[in-house]
Design a protein around this ligand. Structure first.
Ligand SMILES: Nc1nc2c(c(=O)[nH]1)N[C@H]1C(S)=C(S)[C@@H](COP(=O)(O)OP(=O)(O)OC[C@H]3O[C@@H](n4cnc5c(=O)[nH]c(N)nc54)[C@H](O)[C@@H]3O)O[C@H]1N2
Ligand SMILES: Nc1nc2c(c(=O)[nH]1)N[C@H]1C(S)=C(S)[C@@H](COP(=O)(O)OP(=O)(O)OC[C@H]3O[C@@H](n4cnc5c(=O)[nH]c(N)nc54)[C@H](O)[C@@H]3O)O[C@H]1N2
Ligand SMILES: [Mo]
Length: 755
């Protein structure tokens, strides 16, 4: 079978009457995603990068002439591959001999495309490591706060974003009440890093409902609650979930409705938390009335659901979005404390989970295909940043930031190279990012489209689309392995990242170390053999390639893994967690001892600078949430048919309640300007009857498209979001704490502003 693998699923390759290739849903996928169906349309899109390009004044005057201010507004000159490989090799040599390798930032965060070999970050990092190393980045935008917090609370086995949840099959069979903070944004489950052959989250959630699992969703948006029976939506002010959970903890405590045995044997530090709950530490009882005043959730609702959580076999799920906010560690930590009190942690299908439906993998009862990665080699440079500190890195050379008990020194970056990510999509406060991106001496970007990031480069290397090369694709969280076979050749002048870096490695004298004398076919066979060594039941490479895919446990579900915490609950001495105490740390003396002003030793409510209760809300009165886009993957496939047809008059859509629209004198489809002190962006109103007043929702992924006045016509929410970290502990991204103003826009839409 001729297959093409993407992060949103597998597609079959067919041909239309004119012999033109087209993508079709994969026959074994019960719920294929529409996102990728139009992927091939991008092959000859006008925004495609077709040849290596160099910004004119960098080319003419060199990296030291201080022309970085021209980035993003100057023309590019086409150059040949030989010339560009020479320019890059010379520039890498210059920077490393003058400043040392730490002056090269190769963090390069981003999703790029599926495929184990043509993995954009790995290709770049392997090259840079052979060139002496680079300043790197750690953690993710997805799970930055939780990924640092949870190893302290649950142990290092729970660092991965997909590893806390019980399996869907256990939830459907055993859970009676599923309470989802942040709900279930089902369009997100189309995606899985590395791809999947079988989208099943939506079906699993439906099966839970059919089995009588009652579902409660706390969200500012009613759309985060699934349709169907046994569902209740509770409207909540953004960023206040921790307060509601604390109100629930308080109720369970004062009513004596908590699992004393579990708290005693399986957790540590409940006493300190208890003092905080009853107000011994600060004079404020965190009762339901207190939580209600903060969150807008009626006190009796908080009380009722708290008791329900205790009285029934319950599971608390928290959406990843909640930790992508100021003090984003708190709702996760508080949920763990609440579930521990309610007493069902370690019971099948119960306890707590993070990110059910955030991506397809969470909760899937499958045996995972964990294979070898394309080897990046060793990075001799010890400098790194938590990934969302890119602005500080470029703004403040020689500065320091605190992070998870360490003090990190920010090196003086002279060269930035980005491949497979789009910081002008993913990072916050884009206008500030534009300024700092003008500081380094050289910026190199490897991309397939003229993204805002590519436009900010000095040297742009055109990269082949994933359907223009062969690869072995798999997700370490899934049981499908795919031979993703090229559908067409890349345009002349465009190379796969690997081929481009071979040319540069040649100039650097490390070609042999880079490609080990293997051609791409050899690499694919080599990577596949790595899988076979771990899973001998897989067919040999030739058979795999001709069939197009392989699957573990074909035709049946792998047995549901035992609930993670069951063994621990049964015998915490014999199966301790990998925390300092071996227990769930409701109080973490490690975190307490860091002495950070923005996170303490136990879960707590902390008031963000930007939320509906903040003083700033008198000036900018809407809380902006920026969830994931339903019709594309981040900024990818923005020009695909699914993304384009979801727009209105070519504009991104944002959601507003009917009352707010009326107050602003705008109607469905009207263009509005969303603005604050950081930026301005244009989007079209969609009235959402289920949205809480005071909240605006603008999904990510509209391409940053500022005009001469600095107004973004692409509807990118990151023109508005702050770079403020969740806390010093995680230094994670926090775009969901953002206040904006909104007014009708009388100017033109994006059609008039296109290049
Ligand atoms: N306001 C706000 N911002 C957010 C979020 C939010 O919730 N709110 N969410 C954040 C999250 S969770 C994430 S994960 C990030 C995502 O941010 P990114 O991962 O940076 O976004 P993508 O658009 O997927 O960028 C990947 C880029 O890689 C390119 N690419 C694809 N294949 C290849 C290849 O083979 N080689 C090369 N060189 N390039 C390739 C694509 O063209 C694309 O431009 O955004 C974050 N930003
Ligand atoms: N189609 C598609 N799917 C994707 C992606 C994509 O780009 N496109 N990206 C993937 C990636 S990289 C990631 S990390 C995941 C992210 O998955 P999540 O982090 O779960 O997703 P989000 O879409 O950011 O937010 C989910 C919901 O949280 C709610 N929410 C936000 N803030 C609050 C709050 O303070 N309180 C409450 N109660 N609710 C709140 C919002 O209403 C939103 O609908 O999605 C993945 N799935
Ligand atoms: Mo993400």
């Amino acid at each position: 079978m001729h297959l093409f693998a993407t992060h949103f699923g597998i597609y079959e390759v067919g041909f239309d009457a004119n012999g033109k290739p087209r993508l079709l849903p994969f026959r074994y996928d019960p719920d294929p995603s529409e996102i990728g169906l139009g992927y091939l349309d991008l092959a000859d899109h006008r925004e495609r990068i077709r040849v290596p390009m160099v910004r004119r004044s960098w080319l003419e005057n060199g990296p030291l002439a201080g022309t970085g201010v021209g980035r993003g507004r100057e023309e590019f000159v086409a150059v040949g591959w030989d010339a560009v490989a020479g320019l890059i090799a010379d520039e890498l040599r210059r920077v490393r001999s003058t400043h040392g390798n730490q002056a090269i930032f190769g963090g390069s965060y981003g999703w790029a495309s599926a495929g184990r070999f043509h993995h954009a970050q790995s290709q770049l990092k392997r090259l840079l490591n052979l060139a002496g190393g680079f300043t790197s980045s750690v953690n993710s935008y997805s799970y930055g706060a939780a990924g640092v917090l949870l190893p302290h609370i649950l142990g290092r086995d729970y660092k991965d974003a997909c590893d806390t949840a019980p399996s869907w099959s256990d939830i459907a069979e055993n859970c009676e009440l599923l309470v989802g903070f942040g709900g279930f944004r089902l369009t997100n489950a189309q995606v899985e890093a590395g791809g999947t052959g079988s989208h099943r989250s939506v079906e699993w959630l439906r099966r839970c409902q059919e089995r009588g699992v009652r579902i409660v969703v706390f969200s500012p948006a009613a759309g985060d609650a699934p349709l169907g029976q046994n569902v209740r939506h509770v409207s909540i002010r953004p960023n206040t979930d921790a307060a509601v959970m604390l109100g629930m903890c308080h109720r369970l405590l004062t009513e004596g409705l908590f699992d004393y045995e579990f708290l005693n044997h399986c957790t540590t530090g409940f006493g300190e938390f208890e003092s905080y709950l009853i107000g011994e530490t600060d004079g404020i009882a965190k009762d339901a009335a207190w939580a209600s005043a903060i969150s807008g959730v009626p006190a009796e609702t908080i009380i009722g659901i708290a008791e329900d959580l205790h009285d029934h076999r319950s599971l608390i799920n928290v959406a990843w979005a909640l930790q992508r906010a100021r003090f984003g560690e708190q709702p996760f930590w508080t949920a763990i404390a609440l579930a521990s009190m309610a007493g069902h942690v370690g019971r099948k299908g119960c306890g707590f989970a993070f990110g059910l439906t955030a991506v397809n993998a969470v909760g899937q009862p499958v045996r995972r295909l964990k294979g070898p990665a394309f080897e990046q080699g060793m990075n001799p440079v010890r400098h790194f940043i938590p990934v969302a500190r890119i602005t500080e890195l470029l703004e403040n050379p020689g500065g320091r930031i605190e992070y998870d008990g360490q003090t990190l020194e920010l090196p003086d970056i002279r060269l930035v190279w980005w491949a497979g990510g789009n910081p002008f999509h993913h990072h916050q406060d884009l206008n500030r990012l534009v300024e700092v991106f003008r500081r380094p001496e050289t910026v190199i970007v490897t991309e397939n489209m003229w993204t805002a990031t590519a436009k900010m480069a000095d040297i742009v290397l055109p990269s082949a689309f994933p359907f223009e090369r062969d690869d072995v694709a798999a997700s370490s969280r899934d049981n499908w392995l795919v031979y993703s076979r090229r559908v067409m050749e890349p345009p002349e002048g465009v190379l796969a990242d690997h081929e481009a870096y071979c040319l540069i490695a040649d100039r650097l004298g490390c070609r042999e170390a880079f490609d080990e004398n293997r051609c791409v076919d050899d690499w694919l066979a080599h990577i596949y053999e790595g899988y076979r060594q771990r899973y001998p039941e897989l067919p040999d490479f030739q058979a795999f390639r001709s069939r197009g895919f392989a699957i573990l446990d074909e035709g049946e579900d792998a047995p549901a893994p035992a609930d993670h915490f069951r063994r621990f609950r049964n015998n915490p001495d014999r199966s301790p967690l990998k925390t300092p105490s071996g227990r769930i740390e409701i109080t973490s003396s490690t975190i307490g001892e860091f002495g950070y002003p923005d996170i303490g030793s136990h879960p707590a409510w902390r008031e963000p600078e930007e939320w509906l209760g903040a003083p700033l809300a008198s000036q900018h009165r809407f809380h902006l949430l920026s969830p994931q886009p339903a019709h594309r993957l981040h900024g990818q496939l923005e020009y695909g048919p699914a993304s384009q047809s979801a727009k209105l008059k070519g504009c991104e859509r944002f959601m507003l309640s009917a009352g707010d629209a009326k107050g602003l004198a705008v109607g469905d489809g009207d263009l509005c300007e969303l603005y604050n002190d950081r930026g301005r962006t244009i989007a079209a109103v969609t009235i959402d009857a289920g949205l809480m007043p005071g909240v605006a929702v603008l999904p990510t992924g509209g391409w940053f498209h500022p005009d001469g006045d600095g107004i973004d016509h692409g509807g990118n929410p990151n023109t508005l979001t702050p770079i403020t970290a969740a806390s010093r502990l995680s230094q994670a991204t926090a775009p969901n704490s953002c206040l904006v103003s909104i007014r009708a826009w009388r100017g033109s839409g994006p059609e008039q502003h296109e290049d």
